[in-house]
Design a binder for this molecule. Structure first.
Ligand code: NAI
Ligand code: MG
Length: 356
């Protein structure tokens, strides 16, 4: 199996290195090949997504991605900025299903802003659609308002739209993910107000007929936002559109306290995908050896589970992470008095040791 390793910028190379060490410690034969992306791609080849990097990502069975971005590239024209690499990869690889788990390990219950009893043991998965919705719908723009009470004024407008096949394929992703978990899906919409999301609800209900073993319920997004902070543990898998998913996944992420713990996966129709920590390149701590590598290590576990069909190896990595947390090892972002503060390398090495 071939894995493309794209470390990127800032803390990207430091955290990716630890994930590669963990993958190597599994005792499997992975062929791993590295290529520059983001600012590193621009520095090496004049483009954030160099041709060779894209080719490698396409021919690999999965992509492990660090993070991209640095303020030193802020003056570049938009097409050459590091962040374009992610958009380019999503488009070129056909990635439409964004999986973002929010897991709060019991040892880190104190890191959340919510009461420990509300969040301790939280383990939910948000499945966000990535290619449709109001973010990409046309027409859009600013124009002279054609009718109604504001006729003649300028108005801004966007178009919310979802094609049937777009809804079907993300629903399949959610139901299949639920099968690997506790078999419950909550589809979040705004069917009471929006035609697009009444259609969404109808299609998700139809796809559900193929998954009799999975429970489905529907919830309006305003209620879902409320329930996420009131009783988040009631959820298992949440599936929703691009915009609602953007907002709810950041909300869910923060229930867990540190972004340094949160992995993600972006999948195509065959579950091939790009796996990356939910955080960015953290230029403020880059090169200091203190970044938390666990989000990237857990992203490698998601890669094994969802893209490479190696659930057992994914379980091994996830339990190794639990072991190091139980040992009291903490990078500064999750440090609390009474625990042992370690850097990036030592945290990675501890996971490798726990695996063995
Ligand atoms: P960020 O996620 O890089 O950092 C936010 C805060 O979290 C910082 O204080 C940082 O030190 C901390 N942090 C992030 N990851 C951490 C880790 N593993 N361990 C410990 N602390 C960690 O977001 P920010 O500062 O808004 O963006 C920095 C750069 O990253 C920008 O250029 C942005 O465009 C880019 N970015 C890239 C993403 C990607 O590659 N997918 C996603 C988000 C931002
Ligand atoms: Mg966001």
């Amino acid at each position: 199996m071939k894995i493309a390793i794209l470390p990127g910028d800032g803390i990207g190379p430091e955290i990716t290195k630890q994930a590669v060490n963990v993958l190597n410690a599994l005792g499997e034969r992975f062929e791993m090949e590295e290529a520059p992306v983001g600012g590193a791609g621009y520095a090496a080849h004049g483009h954030p997504l160099p041709e060779g990097t894209l080719k490698l990502a396409k021919e690999a069975d999965a992509v492990l991605f660090g993070a991209v971005g640095d303020f030193k590239y802020d003056t570049l024209e938009r097409a050459l900025r590091p962040e374009q690499a992610i958009l380019g990869l999503r488009k070129e690889l056909g990635l439409f299903g964004n999986l973002r788990p929010a897991i709060l390990y019991p040892e880190l219950a104190g890191a959340s802003t919510l009461k420990p009893e509300v969040v301790s043991g939280l383990d939910i998965l948000i499945v966000r659609e990535l290619t449709g919705d109001i973010y990409f719908g046309k027409p859009r723009g600013v124009r002279e308002c054609p009718d109604g009470p504001f006729k003649g004024e300028r108005e801004g407008f966007d178009t919310m739209r979802y094609a049937e096949s777009e809804i079907r394929r993300i629903a399949h992703v959610a139901f299949q993910a639920a099968r690997k978990r506790s078999k419950r899906v909550t589809s979040v919409d705004k069917a009471n107000v929006l035609e697009t999301f009444q259609f969404w609800r109808d299609i998700v209900t139809d796809v559900h007929k193929e998954y009799a073993d999975v429970e489905l319920d529907h919830m309006y997004v305003d209620n879902a936002a409320m329930q996420l902070v009131r009783a988040p543990k009631k959820f298992d898998v949440i599936v929703t559109g691009n915009m609602f998913g953007d907002i709810l996944s950041d909300c869910a992420a923060m229930l867990t306290g540190s972004i340094g713990m949160l992995p993600s996966a972006s999948l195509d129709a065959n579950n091939k995908g790009l796996h990356e920590p939910s955080h960015g390149s953290a230029p403020d701590i880059a090169g200091k050896g203190i970044a938390n590598p666990l989000a990237t290590i857990l992203s490698a576990a998601m890669m094994l589970r969802y893209s490479l069909g190696k659930a057992e190896q994914a379980d091994r990595i996830e339990s190794a992470v639990k072991t190091v947390l139980a040992q009291g090892l903490r990078t500064p972002d999750i440090y609390e008095p009474g625990t042992s503060k370690v850097g990036t390398e030592d945290m990675g090495a501890a996971v490798v040791a726990a695996l063995r």
